[in-house]
Ligand binder design. Structure first.
Ligand code: F0G
Length: 446
């Protein structure tokens, strides 16, 4: 059931086909280079692109801009304590700022970090410490058709085999990303989180949860994990996060804010170390690179993110988009995640080989056909990793309505009809950091 009505609107327009064609060419066939005004339905990301509530806007006006000791920070601390269960918060300008603070504190050169799947900024921050990011997804994570409730889980078998290979002393960090964004946004069970906690204890590693989408994950747990069938989302969230030594958070996702992030922990020594590094990179520890007003909006958003009616509405609308796309014949990764529909471009365009980026071909076709912007998360974004050729259509929170999704479904159906003519791409300008190339590289049709 819908949980919102609109209070403010923003005009959008669909540029002509000719304008879209020219925009795509000028962007080097990389949709990150498009002007947002040239996009009709923007499903590039669910990060910082959602609509804030009236309560958040009210908090924004009352934000305290004090450099030190801001009242808005007190509000954030108590929201983090109530919603996530941690006493100490180190604020950061966004999730990757928090990643730099935490991973720069925990990792040294030559270390190995284990994760169900590293998100691109996580992978880059681990690599930036001269450490090695190793993914440990469960085998079904990369099977777009497998029907399993928690395809985001971390494979303990794989994690143990890495530890056997490199030695426990080289693995000071185990991360669980909930939901597992780079594995089609699939959720992680609390049972898996418990086992990862035990494993981290066995090898004496710090256990971090990347909590960007912790509320969506908790919702799936209430729906799919028998033990939590009668628990509330808020209860599950606290229980699951409670197994971690620390969380790293992007407020731009389940903080329902446009910017912000933090590290939260109960570990005094980790807190002190993170605080020092945060002063260097983010700002004084009561604002951390955010304006006081943004801290205030985040504090309210965190509480709204675990409201059942909000989550029911959100998860249902994303699931609905997924099933309607599947109905018109688009190969869709199943089950649908909480924040995005992932399309299987490899199956949609079997004639385009992986080294010609079928996912990027689908992204370009969706824009060309209907001004819809998605993002490639296959061989282009993740070079040298073995994964399906996925395209993510991420749904900004509380922003788009059924009519927008009608347009997305019609666009995708039209793309599918002309699929034979679709060609692949080659990269013509390649940025220096391979983990980040998809943000700025330019391409040309083959
Ligand atoms: N971790 C995960 C799992 C993420 O999905 C993101 C961001 C980050 C960390 C970094 O947070 O953007 O606030 O610096 N994901 C966005 C996305 C960008 O589109 O999935 P950030």
């Amino acid at each position: 059931m819908v949980a919102y009505k609109s209070k403010m609107v923003e005009r959008i327009t669909l540029p002509s086909r000719d304008q879209r064609e020219r925009a795509l060419e000028a962007a080097g066939y990389n949709v990150f280079n498009l002007d947002a005004e040239a996009v009709f339905v923007d499903l590039l990301t669910d990060s910082g692109t959602g609509a804030m509530s009236d309560a958040q806007w009210a908090a924004l006006i009352r934000g305290d801009e004090a450099y030190a000791g801001s009242r808005s920070f007190d509000r954030l601390e108590s929201a983090v304590a109530d919603v996530m269960g941690f006493d100490h918060v180190v604020p950061a300008h966004q999730g990757r700022g928090a990643e730099n603070v935490l991973y720069g504190t925990v990792l040294s050169a030559g270390d190995v970090a284990l994760n169900n799947t590293h998100f691109d900024t996580t992978r880059a921050h681990v690599a930036n410490q001269d450490a090695d990011p190793v993914d440990c997804p469960v085998p079904e994570a990369h099977d777009p058709d497998a029907d399993a409730p928690f395809k985001g889980n971390l494979s303990l078998e794989r994690a143990r085999s890495v530890v056997d290979e490199v030695g426990a002393e080289r693995v000071p960090l185990v991360i669980q990303t909930i939901t597992n964004n780079s594995a089609a946004g699939q959720p992680v069970s609390v049972a898996n989180t418990r086992r990862v906690r035990e494993f981290a204890d066995e090898i004496d590693a710090t256990f971090v949860i990347d909590a960007c989408r912790f509320a969506e994950n908790a919702y799936f747990v209430t729906q799919r994990e028998a033990e939590f069938a009668s628990a509330t989302v808020a209860e599950v969230a606290r229980e699951q996060l409670g197994y971690a030594d620390a969380v790293v958070m992007s407020g731009k996702k389940d903080g329902l804010a446009n910017v912000g992030g933090f590290v939260a922990t109960d570990d005094e020594s980790l807190f002190e170390q993170c605080k020092q590094r945060a002063i260097l990179y983010e700002g004084f520890p009561t604002y951390g690179g955010m304006a006081g007003r943004d801290v205030a909006a985040l504090a309210v958003g965190l509480r709204e993110a675990v409201e059942e009616s909000y989550l029911e509405d959100r998860i249902a609308s994303v699931r609905d988009l997924g099933s309607r796309l599947a109905e018109v014949g688009i190969p869709v990764y199943t089950p649908t995640s909480g924040h995005a529909v992932y399309l299987d471009a490899g199956a949609a365009f079997p004639h385009v080989p992986a080294n010609e980026f079928p996912g990027q071909a689908l992204v370009c076709e969706l824009y060309r056909e209907g001004g819809v912007r998605g993002v490639e998360l296959g061989s282009f974004a993740f070079p040298e990793t073995d994964r399906p050729e996925l395209v993510r259509l991420a749904v900004p929170r509380r922003t788009y309505h059924r009519e927008h999704f009608d347009h997305v479904v019609e666009t995708a159906a039209a793309v599918l009809e002309d699929r034979r003519d679709v060609a692949g791409f080659e990269i013509v300008s390649n940025p220096s950091m391979p983990e980040l190339r998809h943000f700025t590289a330019r391409l040309e049709p083959c």
